[in-house]
Design a protein around this ligand. Structure first.
Ligand SMILES: Nc1ncnc2c1ncn2[C@@H]1O[C@H](COP(=O)(O)OP(=O)(O)OP(=O)(O)O)[C@@H](O)[C@H]1O
Ligand SMILES: O=C(O)c1ccc[n+]([C@@H]2O[C@H](COP(=O)([O-])O)[C@@H](O)[C@H]2O)c1
Length: 203
């Protein structure tokens, strides 16, 4: 309680989501359950500066796929803060914007896979990130989950059901004419086909 108002626990699941897949959705669902979160906001990146050499799909396609994939869960929502902010995407800005949008009575939990957590000290204003949010690292096949040296009490490591799915493998499979059914929600298979995404191996 703060001034008689109940504190809401808000998960923030940032990602390029090119495309969103069941690994992302399971991570968000597991962290929501583990921390009794009221809501998880998915935040597609605008310009992911650490993927600059990669040909990333348009933000509108990635935003719409994220909306489609999360629509059936009443506790999942999608924010445009990162895709509407010009310039490279930094999590420090994501957390400030989400904090401003939801007001002072929220606790923020930023959700990452083991690979993203391992890179976190290279992120902009890394020291300040931990003053705004609690960080949650999830297990991911092919990556070792460990605290990369964050301040005590600012990070939790949790084991989730292993799904060896990545967006890059989904893109490669589409380019090779292989199915991605059941790696991503059905609506995402249909959206990718409708928009002709990932057909060119250079995409
Ligand atoms: N299968 C998975 N299990 C657990 N966490 C995952 C999984 N896939 C992605 N994540 C996490 O979701 C977040 C967003 O990931 P991102 O959108 O970059 O997907 P990706 O599959 O890693 O993409 P790419 O293959 O293009 O690098 C990151 O924190 C990442 O670690
Ligand atoms: O803040 C940074 O400098 C920073 C650098 C790399 C990644 N991130 C965030 O980490 C999340 C996962 O990113 P990605 O590139 O693995 O999709 C997403 O929310 C990114 O904005 C943030």
């Amino acid at each position: 309680m703060r001034n008689g108002t109940a504190i809401r626990r808000l998960g923030v699941m940032g990602g390029t989501f090119d495309p969103i897949h069941h690994g992302h959705l399971v991570a968000a669902s597991e962290v929501a359950h583990h921390f009794n979160l009221d809501e998880v906001v998915f935040v597609p990146t605008g310009r992911p500066w650490q993927k600059a050499e990669q040909n990333v799909s348009s933000s509108e396609d990635r935003y719409l796929m994220t909306v489609i994939a999360t629509a059936s869960n009443p506790r999942f929502s999608v924010s445009r803060v990162d895709i509407d902010r010009p310039g490279p995407t930094y999590t420090i800005d994501t957390l400030r914007d989400i904090g401003a949008a939801y007001g002072p009575d929220v606790e923020l939990y930023f959700i990452t896979g083991a690979d993203a957590l391992a890179q976190i000290l290279s992120w902009r204003d890394a020291d300040e990130l931990f003053t705004i949010a609690h960080f949650v690292g999830c297990t991911r096949p092919g990556h070792t989950l460990q605290d990369p040296g964050l301040p005590a009490g600012k990070v939790s490591l949790i084991e989730i059901p292993a799904l060896a799915i990545s967006s890059s493998e989904c893109r490669d499979r589409v380019a090779a004419g292989e199915p991605i059914w059941y790696l991503v929600p059905d609506g995402i298979v249909q959206y990718i086909n409708k928009r002709g995404l990932y057909r060119d191996p250079a995409d």
